[in-house]
Design a protein around this ligand. Structure first.
Ligand SMILES: Nc1ncnc2c1ncn2[C@@H]1O[C@H](COP(=O)(O)OP(=O)(O)O)[C@@H](O)[C@H]1O
Ligand SMILES: [Mg+2]
Length: 312
């Protein structure tokens, strides 16, 4: 971990609920990280439908890389009222703060106070904290590249950006510029985005298509969770006995198409984690699963509720 603070330690506590499957994707991301550490900037676009598990994979990666001593910066893009540079704002604020307080020295040898102040002011503008004044778009992009270069010069850096399908043209322009200008850095950029339906936006597709031509830029499409993953989820998240989990997992998988969000919702309804008061109510709401699975899980839940509420 470098001397400047990124707050990335919090990721070690972030992934607390159980995480299943995704061995191939985690392997691909670790390979990308290994290549990035060798000084060849890597980019991975993680794509999938809503609820596929993109954000969760990013959290998991952040925790894994942090545990390996990486510097991890993360940013996300809100669906509404986003500043033009989201999802870069949080990472830029962290870098700006470190440059301003002197804990991160600019990599391009800016020792002059006025140069430093200018870089900080440009980063303020990207963060939405200061009007652009006379600064050009190119000045702003250069300042972000300088800041990222500075951080990556100290140690390998991971920049994880979520919900990039909501990022506007300005932010995608910054992303493209950053990727083009950092080929020699110890940098891993992971960009998660929806690749389905109304969220397939023209400018996003254009930028991604152009970036694919560069070295070290690849995509990872998140497939649905497998039936085995659902089985593991039932056991680990709701403590369903393994034999029962094996029996009902195909049905849960079938009903949800392996979409992680739907799996979570359905499992919470069918087999809530030990909460006796809510489980009696939810038994009545079990409609979406086939009768046999529903009954088996209902019997198991009732028995568990009885056990947990009987005096010890
Ligand atoms: N591999 C996984 N193991 C366990 N839970 C997961 C996994 N992937 C996603 N989830 C859970 O499923 C829900 C939806 O996942 P999320 O990452 O928010 O989807 P997306 O970002 O693709 O819309 C979240 O509650 C998340 O914690
Ligand atoms: Mg998400």
């Amino acid at each position: 971990m470098s001397s400047w603070s990124t707050g990335s330690r919090r990721w070690s506590d972030a992934a607390q609920s159980c995480f299943v499957g995704r061995r191939a994707e985690r392997g691909q991301l670790q390979e990308a990280w290994a290549a990035a550490r060798r000084g060849t900037r890597q980019v991975r676009f993680v794509g999938g439908e809503p609820g596929a598990g993109k954000s969760r994979l990013l959290v998991q990666l952040a925790a894994e890389l942090t545990a390996q001593g990486a510097t991890v910066l993360t940013g996300t893009c809100p669906s509404t009222l986003a500043s033009p540079y989201e999802p870069f704002v949080a990472p830029v604020v962290t870098l700006r703060t470190a440059i301003a307080d002197g804990s991160l020295a600019p990599a391009d040898g800016q020792t002059d106070r006025s140069d430093l102040a200018r870089t900080v002011a440009l980063l303020d503008t990207v963060a939405g904290e200061r009007p652009a004044g006379r600064a050009s778009r190119r000045d702003l992009l250069d300042a972000v590249v300088t800041a990222v270069r500075s951080a990556a010069a100290i140690g390998p850096l991971a920049l994880l950006l979520d919900d990039a399908h909501w990022a506007g043209e300005t932010a995608w322009e910054l992303l493209s510029f950053l990727v083009e200008q950092t080929a020699d850095l110890q940098l891993l950029l992971v960009v998660a985005q929806r690749t389905t339906g109304p969220d397939r936006v023209g400018h996003v597709l254009d930028h991604v298509a152009r970036l694919y031509r560069l070295d070290g830029v690849r995509r990872i499409d998140l497939p649905p969770l497998a039936t085995d993953d659902v089985e593991e989820y039932l056991v680990r998240e709701s403590q369903v006995p393994p034999t029962l989990a094996r029996a009902v997992a195909p049905d849960v998988h079938d009903r949800t198409g392996g979409n992680a969000y739907f799996v979570r919702e359905l499992v919470q309804t069918l087999a809530p984690a030990a909460r006796p008061d809510s489980s009696t109510r939810t038994v009545a709401r079990r409609r979406r699963c086939r009768t046999r699975s529903r009954r088996a899980l209902a019997r198991w839940t009732r028995a568990r509720v009885r056990r947990s509420s009987s005096p010890r």
